[in-house]
Write a protein that binds this ligand. Structure first.
Ligand SMILES: NC(=O)c1ccc[n+]([C@@H]2O[C@H](COP(=O)([O-])OP(=O)(O)OC[C@H]3O[C@@H](n4cnc5c(N)ncnc54)[C@H](O)[C@@H]3O)[C@@H](O)[C@H]2O)c1
Length: 429
């Protein structure tokens, strides 16, 4: 029973409080009946371990002083240090960062990485700042959250609007404050500063690997299979190229510039070159333009949403004629759409599994930084493929045993691992 007055802001424990954190709480409620005796510990998942709000003041190029809201949330560290990206976006809020941190706990546990979950962000539109303003903001933010991050405590990485350069500034600021070079404090760094080979392509490669595992389970031959991809950036472009190289036929691609369609198959290498020259798939001569809304109803074996959240909704989920949806993006399917796809027999490989290739190679980067011994790209890809295949197998087995979707199965596997660690560690003091 809520004891708050009608005008008070809802407690963060209130699952009716819509938004990403409310959706996350509903997901935890959905999985609780499957946790057996571990359900005793389930409140652990509903409360972030630690949330830090920081003020980030900087001097702007024009001499004025600007203040930005910064956050770092460590949702859970039962299985290891916090791990999760830093987002620079004008819509960042504490509750969004809490949800993103919680989903990192689930993702890291789902693929069995020895990490907890964390996330950070600054509420800012970085396109309105100069490079030197972004650098000052990044450094001040890093200094403010420096009390809770560190190679053995919590390891940030890039997310929306942050990149290898920003990771380099974060690593430098943390290292200057520590008085020692600490490459392992962030991942997604430039190769010259302890970054890992294979990191840029890792998420798209992971999408392709789990898609092949799903294909085997469903008796789909990847060679000759049809694929449609929304988002032709890092994740979607890489996944499309790997499908193409495996003999699949990429028949449609959609991004912010439009949709291109070729029933005989798009030449993915030419399309990638077109995107890098023109900034998007629109205007590609190797296919015809298609209305964006018609993309979702194309008959295909694989649909790869790899752009934004909330793309498959109750409005278009009923039109989807794909056999398999592999979620490259984070949160592309709304909970209502998920139920519709499930009822229509569409096999959905959920984001927490399908796009975990990125954090997996981030983990490899961290391990390489600790030993200062760097692996070849082949070795990295080989280890990534093995880890993703093992994660898929464990989650698919849980889905068969409990007769639940892969998404619910991923949550069961992940929450069980987190709460087992909580239980066996016990409560301190
Ligand atoms: N890069 C990673 O390692 C990684 C890891 C995990 C999850 N993800 C998720 O994958 C998704 C894509 O990330 P990315 O790194 O490829 O980003 P990116 O910026 O390289 O590409 C994003 C793509 O989305 C397209 N897009 C943007 N707005 C669109 C719209 N309105 N309609 C259709 N397409 C639109 C863009 O045109 C672009 O092709 C995001 O949800 C991200 O959170 C990325």
């Amino acid at each position: 029973m809520s004891q708050s007055s009608a005008h008070a802001l809802p407690s963060y424990l209130d699952a009716g409080h819509l938004g990403p954190w409310g959706i996350y709480l509903q997901q935890v409620d959905r999985v609780t009946p499957y946790l057996g005796p571990l359900a005793r510990w389930v409140e652990t998942l509903k409360r972030p371990k630690r949330a830090l709000i920081v003020d980030v003041p900087i001097e702007m190029d024009n001499g004025t002083i600007a203040h930005f809201e910064g956050y770092r949330v460590q949702h859970n560290t039962s299985r290891g240090p916090g791990k999760g990206g830093v987002r620079f976006h004008q819509d960042v809020t504490l509750s969004e960062v809490m949800a993103l941190a919680a989903w990192m706990s689930v993702k890291n546990a789902a693929v069995n990485l020895p990490y907890g979950g964390a996330k950070g962000g600054i509420r800012v539109d970085p396109r309105k700042l100069s490079q030197s303003e972004i650098e000052r903001m990044t450094r001040r933010y890093t200094s403010e959250i420096g009390v809770i991050i560190g190679p053995a405590k919590d390891i940030p990485a890039p997310d929306v609007n942050t990149n290898a350069q920003i990771m380099a500034w974060m690593m430098d600021t943390y290292s200057m404050n520590e008085g020692a070079t600490a490459t392992g404090v962030v991942t997604g760094k430039p190769i010259s500063l302890g970054g890992s080979l294979g990191r840029i392509e890792a998420t798209g490669r992971g999408v392709f690997v789990v898609a092949c595992e799903a294909a085997r389970d469903l008796n789909i031959d990847v060679a000759g299979a049809k694929v449609i991809v929304q988002g032709f950036g890092n994740v979607g472009g890489t996944a499309a190229r790997l499908f193409h190289e495996a003999g699949a036929v990429v028949v449609a691609a959609q991004d912010h510039t439009g949709t291109v369609y070729n029933p005989a198959g798009l030449d993915v290498h030419k399309l990638l070159a077109h995107v890098s020259n023109k900034g998007g798939v629109g205007g590609f001569s190797g296919g015809e333009a298609l209305a964006n809304a018609d993309f979702w109803g194309l008959e295909t074996d694989f649909l790869i949403p790899a752009a934004l959240e909330n793309q498959i909704t109750s409005e278009n989920a009923g039109k989807v004629r794909a056999k398999v949806v592999v979620e490259g993006a984070n949160g592309p399917t709304t909970p209502e759409a998920d139920d519709i796809l499930h009822d229509n027999g569409v096999y959905v490989v959920p984001d927490v599994l399908a796009n975990a290739g990125g954090v997996t190679v981030s983990y490899f980067e961290w391990v390489q930084d600790f030993s200062s011994f760097f692996w070849s790209e082949d070795e990295i890809n080989h280890r990534l493929e093995r880890l993703m295949r093992e994660a898929y197998a464990a989650i698919a087995q849980m889905s068969r045993e409990q007769k639940v979707s892969l998404r619910t199965a991923a949550f069961i596997v992940a929450c069980t691992r987190i709460l087992q660690a909580r239980q066996v560690r016990g409560l301190y003091p």
